[in-house]
Design a protein around this ligand. Structure first.
Ligand SMILES: [Zn+2]
Length: 273
């Protein structure tokens, strides 16, 4: 199996590691315990054990490591990636509705094998996984492959009355010249801040062109009572963007960028008492 990657508290750990699956148990090298412990520098890190130089040959179950470091985890086999996170007090119990644009017979934009509705859902699902691990409560306006009209989406969101609403789309154009990421808000300063945080973190992950944070009266932004934003991750028709959005690893990174934007917004905007 090729080298695995680790995501810790919403950031990609700069390195690769062996990840093995034996009898459905995910294992990583023992020396990662120390590397991750040193990296996180958490107060509750109990005591630093001494390791021998050959410890990278000893594999330990991820579940054990996570109990030791007090982390939640998920393993993503499609990108051989281990997600490690602790519950975030700011996110605990926060209600967030995620909206994957289009769906069913409404594919959105397409180019070759790239189908917008599927890319939207893929990022939404990845985002949901990280948010849920951190303690947030996630609802969707549609499930994988499902179709939903705008009015059905609106009715659902306004019924759920979430704290935040994030809609995920991709852009398209007639030729490959246009590339880049855009995040939209409308009429609400909270949403504008949320859009700015998301835009910043997604650009940091994807390295795409910054097409800016924009105000637009999209139906979903206009009529949703929660703090709503809409991101267009990249151009599926773009010469540069198409390779980015076609990559499951980069879609995971897009989700991580949105996750950190949401987290930063919630941390900086505590609920009014
Ligand atoms: Zn769309």
């Amino acid at each position: 199996m090729p080298d695995g990657r680790i995501v810790i508290n919403g950031r990609v750990w700069q390195g690769v590691t062996r990840l093995e699956i034996k009898n459905e148990v995910v294992m990583l090298p023992l020396d990662m315990v120390e590397k991750l412990g040193a990296h996180t520098n958490w107060e509750f890190y109990p005591r630093r054990p001494a390791f021998e130089p050959n410890d990278d040959e000893i594999m330990v179950p991820v579940s054990l490591l996570c109990r030791y470091l007090d982390l939640d985890w998920a393993y993503l086999p499609d990108i051989n990636t281990l997600i490690l996170t602790r519950e975030e007090p700011a996110l605990r119990g926060k209600r967030i509705v995620l909206d994957a644009g289009h769906g069913g017979v409404d594919t959105g934009a397409t180019r070759g094998n790239l189908v917008e509705s599927e890319l939207n859902w893929d990022i939404v699902k990845r985002l949901a996984d990280v948010l849920q691990l951190s303690g947030a409560l996630i609802e969707y306006t549609r499930q994988s492959g499902e179709q939903a009209t705008l009015s059905q989406r609106l009715a659902k969101v306004n019924d759920l009355q979430p704290d935040l609403f994030v809609s995920v789309h991709h852009n398209s154009f007639l030729d490959g010249q246009l590339n880049g990421t855009e995040t939209y808000w409308y009429g609400n300063w909270g949403a504008r801040h949320l859009a700015q945080y998301i835009q910043t973190h997604v650009l940091e992950e994807l390295g795409t062109i910054n097409r800016g944070v924009r105000e637009a009266a999209f139906c979903l932004l206009r009529y949703i009572a929660a703090t709503p934003v809409l991101i267009k991750v990249g151009f599926i028709t773009g010469q540069e963007d198409s390779a980015v959005v076609a990559s499951p690893w980069m879609r995971e990174r897009a989700a991580l960028g949105i996750f950190r934007g949401v987290r930063e917004y919630i941390e900086e905007n505590p609920p009014q008492m």
